[in-house]
Design a protein around this ligand. Structure first.
Ligand code: MRU
Length: 358
């Protein structure tokens, strides 16, 4: 997607002199500054996933793939030492964030590609596979946009939560992708962007992406969604996903469940948009999805730019106040009208999901 007229992905990898540098758009700086960060070792890459320098299920998956390829290049050439280094790197990367299925999915994709190869060939194969993963996300984002396009008629007012745009899926994104395509095709589309406390991915990232694409939108406080739904100003809700269980229950950014219940109450269709890499066919239902609990400081403080342009973190609660901070919630499948995947829109039902994996 274009930033100031130049094409970017959320992350990519440069290999030079037998070493890899992972390059990422530094997301916590947005929308105030656009900067690229270099991650020079797989440990830097793991930390960038953990501290959310990059975030969003698809980009987490792509960066995990890059991180493991980077580790393969760092590993010693002697076979036993090579595999023990790669195994340790796998564990380090795997432990960074627990909810997004795409993380482990892509670590396993790289491992399957290099299994049984001698180290020199495994290094080349890991780099090729990591790049193929990144290309795959770029392709499926566009396919999700095409399948979802039929939900965005001329004049549609869509609501989305968090950031599931191209920053979260390398290119195009998932939930907002149909709106981007509709807008490029000249349809009149309007997007309600939930601010998405506590980290404000909607206000910081989705709004910034929409401004780059010129899509008309408005940021709303999280607790204003019901107000606009009840007034008949929302035609469809589309959100992304971090993990979809085999029965269609879906984990996405905390607050998604409330949107789904509100949408049902107001007779509004509620869709999940996600690539098939987000589906965990081994996870029976939503109660089995691991939910990340992040630092309480994310709730107790907000970060923004002061009038002189500096980034400031300020406390918005009494000193010493307790907090809780689940990063995701689970929307039961019964609230989900359909799942927009790269292979079409399917019902959020066990049989339809199983069919994708036959
Ligand atoms: O904690 P984050 O910012 O990584 O959470 C991101 C989301 O919940 C997105 O909606 C989801 O990953 C979909 S991204 C294609």
């Amino acid at each position: 997607m274009k930033v100031f007229g130049k094409n970017y992905r959320a992350s990519w990898m440069v290999v030079r002199g037998g070493r890899a540098i992972v390059k990422v758009i530094d997301q916590p700086l947005l929308p105030h500054r656009f900067a690229i960060k270099d991650l020079r070792t797989h440990l830097d890459t793991a930390e960038a996933i953990r501290d959310m320098t990059i975030r969003g299920a698809g980009t987490i998956g792509a960066v995990a793939g890059f991180g493991l390829a980077q580790a393969c290049l760092e590993a010693p050439d002697e076979p036993a030492a090579f595999w023990s280094f790669v195994r340790a790197a796998y564990d380090t990367l795997d432990k960074t964030r627990p909810t997004a299925n795409d993380l482990k999915h892509n670590l396993d994709r790289v491992v399957m590609r290099i299994a049984g190869l001698p180290p020199a060939r495994a290094k080349r194969a890991a780099v090729a596979e990591a790049n193929a993963i990144s290309d795959w996300y770029a392709r499926v984002g566009e396919q999700i946009a095409r399948h979802g396009l039929r939900l965005i008629k001329n004049g549609t007012r869509m609501l989305t939560h968090c950031n599931a745009g191209w920053l979260a899926l390398q290119e195009w994104g998932s939930a907002p992708a149909p709106a981007y395509l509709a807008h490029r095709k000249g349809r009149k589309v309007f997007v309600w962007v939930d601010e998405t406390r506590p980290r404000c991915q909607g206000a910081n990232l989705t709004s910034w992406e929409m401004m780059q694409e010129g899509v008309p939108h408005a940021i709303i406080a999280d607790n204003a969604a019901g107000f606009f739904m009840r007034r008949g100003e929302v035609d469809v809700v589309i959100t992304g996903a971090d993990r979809i269980a085999a029965n269609g229950d879906t984990a996405n950014k905390v607050g998604t469940y409330e949107r789904a219940v509100l949408a049902r109450e107001n007779g509004i269709p509620f869709y999940i948009a996600a690539p098939t890499s987000t589906i965990d066919i081994n996870c029976r239902g939503g109660d089995d999805i691991p939910i990340e609990e992040r630092s309480h400081d994310e709730v107790l403080f907000v970060t923004g730019r002061d009038e002189r342009g500096g980034l400031q973190r300020v406390r918005v609660s009494p000193k010493g106040a307790p907090a809780r901070n689940p990063a995701f919630d689970v929307t039961p499948a019964r609230y989900i009208t359909g799942i927009i995947t790269e292979r079409g829109i399917i019902p959020a039902r066990r049989a339809a999901i199983a069919k994708l994996f036959q």
